[in-house]
Design a protein. Structure first.
Length: 384
DNA sequence: AATGCGGGGTT
DNA sequence: AACCCAGCATT
């Protein structure tokens, strides 16, 4: 670790940054801690390309931490719709309220204090401290994890405790004395644009002569990839349920995935379906013949009654979607239905809204797609 | 140390 | 279709 040529690495990193840095990123225009914070939270496990379109909208809606602190959670989630990892949005609001209450909205500048805010971990604390306040704080995230693993020729698992210790130690050692924020940004850009996951562009790399992986031609083996998790395949149902002119919606509780978001009544069909028999007779659930469709509709009516405690009458399968979350691959069967007995009191877990109100609610991505479809069908007078 | 949490862009 | 992404919190 001690025999790196730190001075040379810093010089070459800075020179490269002047020539090749990713510019025109809206959050790079200032060192406003609020902007840095919002962008860093949005960028957690999320690509720059995806965040671009969300950042400006968010800042426009909540220009300062005070504006954010006053917001309703649903407003924040609405702006987060489609971005994923929604606890980020809920923590953002909590942290904003905490900051306003404790320091009148002023951000602490030290990583230790920043890390006390919900949603801010070691990386994000270091990023905000260095970028917004020029504190001498190290960072390790996806780009620098890859870059530093290769510079060190670290052949172990970089996500293990040992690996993390090595990488954070390197991240601290490599820091210059000033302009820490730009230096950290430079390292991330090198990791992102040059030291890429596949086909790292070693010939163009400013740190090639300092790279121990390159010296041993190990850049394709480092960093060690995590073993890929096995997928669990499940079938879910979503019901577009009409009660007169109103539709049933449900808000996910804090214990559920998509906590705080809204959706059409949705549940697993695995228990109510003889999947083995369906696959034997139908090949797979992708192409549904008439008989399988009837079987699905019956299963949905049965499962709905069991869960929400009143009967419905299904009409047809409106659409299907496939989507994945973490280690699940979900096939979602979307049906239209009406409450079987019109005099029945609405279930207290359900909220009844008019179709034109759908766009006000923050939905999960599949819920949003289904909501759009419902509105389109309504316009085309394809009402149930 | 393992696991849950999302969704879309890229290869 | 697999891979990857400016991680964090909980268990």
């Amino acid at each position: 670790m001690d025999d790196f040529n730190w001075q040379r690495m810093r010089r070459r990193t800075r020179n490269w940054f002047e020539q090749h840095q990713r510019s025109t990123l809206p959050w790079r225009d200032s060192q406003n801690p609020y902007y840095v914070w919002i962008s860093e939270i949005m960028l957690q496990q999320t690509t720059v390309a995806t965040v671009r379109s969300y950042f400006d909208r968010f800042i426009q809606a909540f220009p300062t931490v005070h504006d954010l602190a006053r917001a309703e959670e649903a407003e924040v989630l609405k702006l987060w719709e489609g971005l994923g990892y929604y606890s980020r949005a809920r923590n953002l609001l909590k942290a904003a309220q905490q900051l306003v209450a404790e320091t009148d909205g002023c951000f602490p500048s030290s990583p230790e204090e920043l890390q006390k805010l919900p949603g801010i971990g070691r990386y994000t604390a270091g990023a905000i401290a260095s970028i917004a306040f020029d504190e001498r704080a190290p960072i390790v995230e996806a780009n620098t994890l890859r870059l530093y693993s290769r510079l060190l020729a670290y052949t172990g698992d970089p996500r293990s405790k040992q690996g993390q210790d090595q990488l954070w130690q390197f991240a601290e050692q490599v820091l210059p004395r000033k302009e820490i924020g730009n230096f950290n940004l430079a390292m991330m850009d090198i990791g992102s644009l040059v030291c890429k996951p596949t086909e790292p562009n070693c010939p163009e790399c400013p740190l090639q002569t300092d790279c121990r992986a390159f010296a041993q031609q190990l850049q394709h083996e480092i960093p060690l990839k995590p073993v890929k998790p096995e997928f669990t395949y499940t079938v879910d149902a979503a019901v577009v349920l009409w009660h007169g002119q109103h539709l049933a919606l449900r808000q996910y509780s804090t214990e559920e995935r998509w906590a705080g978001l809204w959706d059409f009544p949705r549940f697993s069909l695995d228990a109510g379906l003889d999947k083995a028999r369906i696959e034997r007779e139908n090949g797979h659930l992708g192409r549904l013949n008439t008989r399988i469709t009837q079987q699905l509709l019956k299963a949905i009516e049965r499962e709905f009654h069991a869960r929400f405690d009143f009967p419905i009458q299904t009409a047809e399968i409106v659409t299907q979607m496939k989507h994945g979350v973490t280690r699940y691959r979900i096939q979602l069967i979307c049906t239209e239905a009406k409450v079987a007995d019109d005099s029945l009191p609405p279930d207290k877990n359900l909220t009844w809204v008019r179709p034109e109100e759908l766009e006000k609610y923050p939905f999960s991505t599949t819920g949003r797609k289904l909501a759009s479809l419902v509105q389109k069908r309504q316009k085309d007078r394809l009402l149930f």
